[in-house]
Design a protein around this ligand. Structure first.
Ligand code: ZN
Length: 325
């Protein structure tokens, strides 16, 4: 008997958690307006796939992001699955006022996700604020959400590099993370906003983050801009991070790099993790059934690979006359 392999198969599979961000990080940059009913139906379909969280809306000024103008209508009409966290994002106090009003009207938001770039230049480019101004805004927004009973996730954008400044000092990133927690955030997301992270860097910084914030739920958010997205997920797992953002069909992109690939693709990521023996709680078939609808919804091709190639073990018919001479 092969004792070693028997022992291995008895080990419980490590549980990882997949957050779907395509409806927000993906749809927000689409030029064609996606109808509210389409978004609602799509979120309802995603709710049945086993993802842990769905970032469903953005409370941002409709002038800047027209595709997110219907945040309230989306949140009011989706069918909620009991084990899914429904989150929304906002860049400012005005957006938080809208989010709290939305929540109090009965269109519940489980978690608000607030963000700031750890790079000064990117924060200015993205939200027209210094990091000090963003932190001051958080100090107003966090109590608003808490008073309404909404949990808070704080995203540190450009954690692994800034398209204007290059590498960001790791101490600076971790120091901002400490400041987030001191302000009352419940959880942290380290985001590779423009796809500059590499696996070695991810593992090193995340080992440090996990050590420094052992009781904090940490999520990694990668973009596959330079093809290192899934390798970075493995690096994160090596550092004991178990929560990952991903985007259905690989939607998303970067406003500073037109044509750049989007977020890591949810179904490609789940396919890989399942092949590696991780438990994601996600039904890959259902996820793929949702992913194949995306090109129709957005009106263009998408980067997702497994939706085109099929799951790893989706075998093909042997060609005729293979063994005849
Ligand atoms: Zn992103």
């Amino acid at each position: 008997m092969n004792h070693a392999s028997k022992k291995k198969s008895e080990q419980p599979m490590q549980r990882l958690y997949i957050n779907e961000v395509g409806v927000r990080d993906g749809f927000q940059i689409e030029k064609n307006i996606i109808r509210t009913e389409t978004k609602i139906a799509f979120i309802d379909q995603l709710s049945k796939t086993g993802v842990a969280k769905i970032e469903a809306a953005s409370f941002v000024h409709p002038k800047f992001v027209p595709n997110m103008a219907d945040a309230e209508a989306v949140l009011a009409n989706i069918e909620r699955a009991p084990n899914v966290i429904y989150s929304a994002i906002t860049p400012n106090v005005k957006g938080m006022e809208r989010a709290v009003a939305c929540h109090q009207s009965g269109a519940k938001i489980d978690e608000m996700n607030l963000f700031m770039s750890v790079s000064e230049t990117h924060n200015m480019a993205n939200v027209k604020r210094t990091t000090a101004q963003s932190l001051a805004d958080f100090a107003i927004m966090v109590p608003m959400a808490k008073a309404a009973g909404i949990k808070l996730n704080g995203t540190l954008s450009t954690t692994f590099g800034c398209p204007f400044e290059g590498l960001v000092e790791e101490d600076r990133v971790l120091d901002f993370a400490s400041q987030y927690l001191a302000l009352g955030f419940d959880a942290l997301t380290f985001a590779d906003t423009t796809g500059m992270a590499n696996p070695r860097q991810v593992e090193r910084l995340m080992r440090e983050a996990v050590k420094r914030f052992p009781r904090t739920k940490i999520t990694l958010h990668f973009h596959n801009t330079r093809g290192m997205g899934l390798a970075n997920v493995i690096a994160g797992i090596n550092a004991d991070v178990i929560h990952y953002d991903a985007s259905i069909a690989g939607l998303g992109g970067c406003p500073f790099a037109p044509g750049a690939t989007g977020n890591i693709c949810t179904e490609d990521c789940v396919n890989m993790l399942q092949d590696l023996g991780f438990e994601t709680g996600v039904d890959l078939e259902r996820l793929l059934a949702a992913a194949v609808k995306i090109p129709m919804i957005v009106g263009h091709d998408v980067p997702g690979q497994v939706m085109k190639a099929g799951k790893t073990m989706q075998l093909h018919v042997v060609p005729d006359k293979l063994y005849t001479t």
